[in-house]
Structure formats: structure tokens, C-alpha cells
Design a protein around this ligand. Structure first.
Ligand SMILES: Nc1ncnc2c1ncn2[C@@H]1O[C@H](COP(=O)(O)OP(=O)(O)OP(=O)(O)O)[C@@H](O)[C@H]1O
Length: 219
């Protein structure tokens, strides 16, 4: 089992009151599996993804990634696990503006100590970025920037890839093509892939789908 969520609970304080968002979410994801997480706006999808990524902590429950319960880890160890095993792709591409595309692509893999020039070269070719390596992010289209963000994440060969509306800023045709490519590349690395999306069309491209409603999961 690559990822296991056990009875995750999370509330936020709002105007002095406690607002429950996740009311006991349990879920598993295997290596090589692709899973879409859908749900109404405000149902807690991004909150759940942030918890899995270790960017925030649940009030209760366990988040086990590759055998380690990250909720019991100190901050530094959680950050280390995230760098080494978890890859994130968000709607905002978060490229580093002062670095060329080539340098953006290798940045995370270098940080994680997992640079693999052959694999990076293959990613560049598959993502259609060969002619863009010396350019800077501001000179790329949204679709190109998102392909760089995907390449940057996959270059480090994470075991678990988390994506939050990764094509939310792209037009439908470009978004569909980017998701199909991303899914194929993630599957090629053998990683598990969890994608949050509003879109039933994009969710259909994943092998499995779960729906978040009233703070709980329905398969
Ligand atoms: N840091 C926070 N402080 C207070 N409330 C928060 C915080 N983060 C999220 N919330 C609340 O938690 C609920 C779930 O938000 P979340 O962003 O997880 O939903 P979502 O399903 O991802 O929504 P969308 O599809 O619109 O992005 C919302 O009501 C939101 O206002």
C-alpha cells in the first residue's frame, strides 16, 4: 500500500466558531494506481490534498505514506519525506521566474538528490519542451508552463504524485492532452497518482474515482 488515510478529521476556526471540513476520511491508493478525487466546491478536496502533502496537519487520523505515518513525524522529517517521495502539481505552475526552463526542470530532482539526466531528457522529449530549455517561464504559454511544472515534478521520480486541478488554467483541449500525457508518464514511473478535479471528463481519465461529500468519501 502506497498511501493509506485512516479516519482523517479536520476543522477550521472561522469567526470564533469551529467549522468541520473533513469528518472521518479513509482512503487507500496503491503503487501504479490512478485516482480522481471529485467533490463540490468547498467540500474539502484541497484541504485533504494539503494534509497528504504534509503542508498542514489533521486534527485526528493517520496518513501513512510508504509505511510511514507522517502525522507523527517532526516537521523536518515530514519535509524530507515530501522532497524524497511526494511530487506536487498545482493549478498555479509555481515555476521559478529567474531560472531557465532547463534549470527549472532539474531543480527539484537536484534538491532531492535524485537527478537522472537520461530520464530528464526523456521527459523533455515526451513533454515537447526540447526547443524551450533556454527560455524563461514568462515567455511560455500556460500549457507550456504546466508541462514544465509536470516535468519538474516527475524528474525527481516521486513515488506518489498529487495534483490539484492541474489543468484548471488551461483550455479544454490543451488540458485534456496535458492530463493524458501526465497520466501516461506517472504510470510509466510506477508511481501512484491522486488528482483533485471538478471535471467529470478529467476524472474519467483516471482508473478509479472517489467523491468527497459532506466531509466523507463515497466510492
Ligand atoms: N486555512 C483555512 N482557514 C479556514 N477555513 C478554511 C481554510 N482552508 C479551507 N477552509 C475552508 O474549508 C472548506 C473546504 O475548502 P477546500 O479548499 O478544501 O475545498 P475544495 O473542495 O478544494 O474547494 P474548491 O473545489 O472550490 O477548490 C471551505 O469551506 C473553506 O472555506
Amino acid at each position: 500500500m502506497l498511501l493509506a488515510l485512516k479516519d482523517i478529521r479536520k476543522s477550521f476556526q472561522s469567526a470564533g466558531a469551529e467549522v468541520p471540513v473533513l469528518g472521518g476520511v479513509s482512503l487507500t491508493l496503491d503503487t501504479g494506481e490512478t485516482l480522481a478525487l471529485t467533490g463540490e466546491s468547498g467540500s474539502g478536496k484541497s484541504t485533504l490534498l494539503h494534509l497528504i502533502a504534509g503542508l498542514d496537519a489533521p486534527d485526528a487520523g493517520a496518513i501513512v505514506i510508504d509505511g510511514t505515518d507522517i502525522t507523527t513525524l517532526p516537521d523536518a522529517a515530514r519535509a524530507e519525506l515530501r522532497r524524497g517521495s511526494v511530487g506536487l502539481v498545482f493549478q498555479q505552475f509555481n515555476l521559478i521566474p529567474s531560472l531557465s526552463i532547463g534549470a527549472n526542470l532539474s531543480f527539484q530532482a537536484r534538491l532531492a538528490g535524485r537527478e537522472d539526466p537520461g530520464w530528464t531528457e526523456e521527459l523533455v522529449a515526451r513533454l515537447g519542451l526540447s526547443g524551450l530549455l533556454h527560455r524563461y517561464p514568462e515567455h511560455l504559454s500556460g500549457g507550456q508552463q504546466q508541462r514544465v511544472a509536470i516535468g519538474r515534478t516527475l524528474a525527481a521520480r516521486p513515488k506518489l504524485v498529487l495534483a490539484d486541478e492541474p489543468t484548471g488554467n488551461l483550455d479544454e483541449a490543451t488540458g485534456d492532452a496535458v492530463i493524458a500525457l501526465m497520466r501516461d508518464l506517472v504510470t510509466q514511473t510506477g508511481a501512484g497518482f491522486l488528482m483533485v478535479t471538478h471535471s467529470n471528463r478529467l476524472a474519467d481519465r483516471m482508473a478509479r474515482r472517489v467523491h468527497l461529500s459532506a466531509g466523507r468519501i463515497a466510492e
